[in-house]
Design a protein. Sequence first.
Lengths: 318, 266
Amino acid sequence: MKTLVFIQIRDGKIEENTLGILNKIKTSIDGAKIIGAFLGKDLKDEWIQELGLHGVQQVVTVDAPELEFYLSATYTRAMMEIINQINPRFVVAAGTVYGEDLIPRLAVRNASSCAQRIVDLTIEGDSLHFHTPVRDDQAMRVTQVVGDIIFATSRPGAFFIDENPSGANPEITSVSVTFEDADKLVKHIEIKKAERTVNLKDAKVIVAAGRGVAGKENFQIIRELADLLGGQIGATRACTDVHWVEETYEIGQTGQSISPDLYIAAGISGAPQHMSGVKAKTLIVINTDEGAPIINYADYAIIGDMHVILPILKEKLK
Amino acid sequence: MKIVVFIQQIVSTQVKLQGVDYFDASRVSVDDLVINPTGKNAIEGALKLKDSQGAEVTAVCVRGNKPNKALKEAVAMGCTNAIEITDEAFYTDDPYLLAKIYAKALDKIGEYDLILLGVEEQSSSSYAAPAMLAEMLNIPSVLCAEEMETINQGFKVGHVLEGGKKVVAIPQKALISCSDSQYFIPRYTTMRGILAAKKAVIPIWSATDLGLEISEISADAASLKQISLSNIVIEKETFLIKEGEPEEMVDKLLAKLKEDEVKLGA
């Protein structure tokens, strides 16, 4: 099966969910021909070699100044050019903000739909079945996309990266694209990179809060408890968005991924965007809502108000 | 400025329906239905523009098989008009078909400047709908907006990005999907709004009114086919403490952690 993977770069490296997809395809689809669609400006050879290592047999590049930053119209045009030349059966991207923007557009251009945020793909006969968790991860919907080209995105964190990749150098094909003025109606102004001054990846203990913390001043107890346990603090995007805490502490799809021994989550509902960045050995939850999705992942949970529970916990741990 | 906001009517997350039961319409009562949370964020985005520079805000909802509460609430929040789109034949679990219905509704509405929607839906079906709609209409778009401001003949929009935020400029005739950021936190309904909602006459458009054939928008037309829907069973056993005074609860937790030899501390 000719499979076209949209290659994404993050922080100067091949984005890890994209590598995850490559591994998933390699191990799930027998005889897949993996083709990387690599768009950007000044694409580096080392990236192309790394793609080869991870199983990409052919890399189709569009290297153009118009592609320096992701913009829907320019990227859709360039991807369509590649699709028309390559004629893939399956087109897939990591479900990042860009991937979730691009794939539905390509599907529309092909008068079709797409499967989204898949966490697994299985083969039934000669068709692909996509597994997507729905309703706050309480149910699993399995779908199939009918059409000449099948489109899908993966959920970040769903697929593991091959730790010992051993692929060969890929064939490289360069495609040129003519952009039109109509592609440039949205103008890139800037990317504000969140300052990542604190590395949460290696933290053994993390005490984190979500919207339920309800105010900047209430982060004090989170800090105190983290200090007491010799750990770090963490937060959901809802908290960093309103500057209750510095953005470096954001955990989840758009923040840092963590794998602590102990994760204490207070006032966090457990939305998939947050949980996709969390792999904790032991998860303790404090939440007023027994129905919050995070309870399903918890090893221990207190149904109660974090503002009451945490100070007591701190005193008893002293 | 004419703004169209697409909202959905969904089952509230407060309703204790687990897993697949959530998707069983017969188990859901009208009281359980609410506007999708990010749809409310989109309404807020529209109302902010209405407040600051004057705008006609039309809320549109494609409803399922239950009476429409969502649109009354939209008017109570401050939307100028509301339109309900209803047809037994609609299959909205495929975002492509949903976007197609939206596009047809816009054709019938006629003139508009800005389209706002919420970023994500619980049932997951409409995550792609905003991008699909923008593509069908061939208009510029920004997804996952966190904040927006009016600039010369358009908007400056900051949107969610892995590892930060991206800022772009977009013309006024555009589509923006709104996140649940602070900027879009929805306002409450007002007494005046509630009265307006009571009086509001909400037109109902069918597939035929939109010029759609049943064969174009029914389940048979979907290219995203559902094969199965089943409960996810998480085998993790949670030690749940939900009764007692706060201090007792903490004691219970600490005793259990000790028993399980969980190390507290780095």
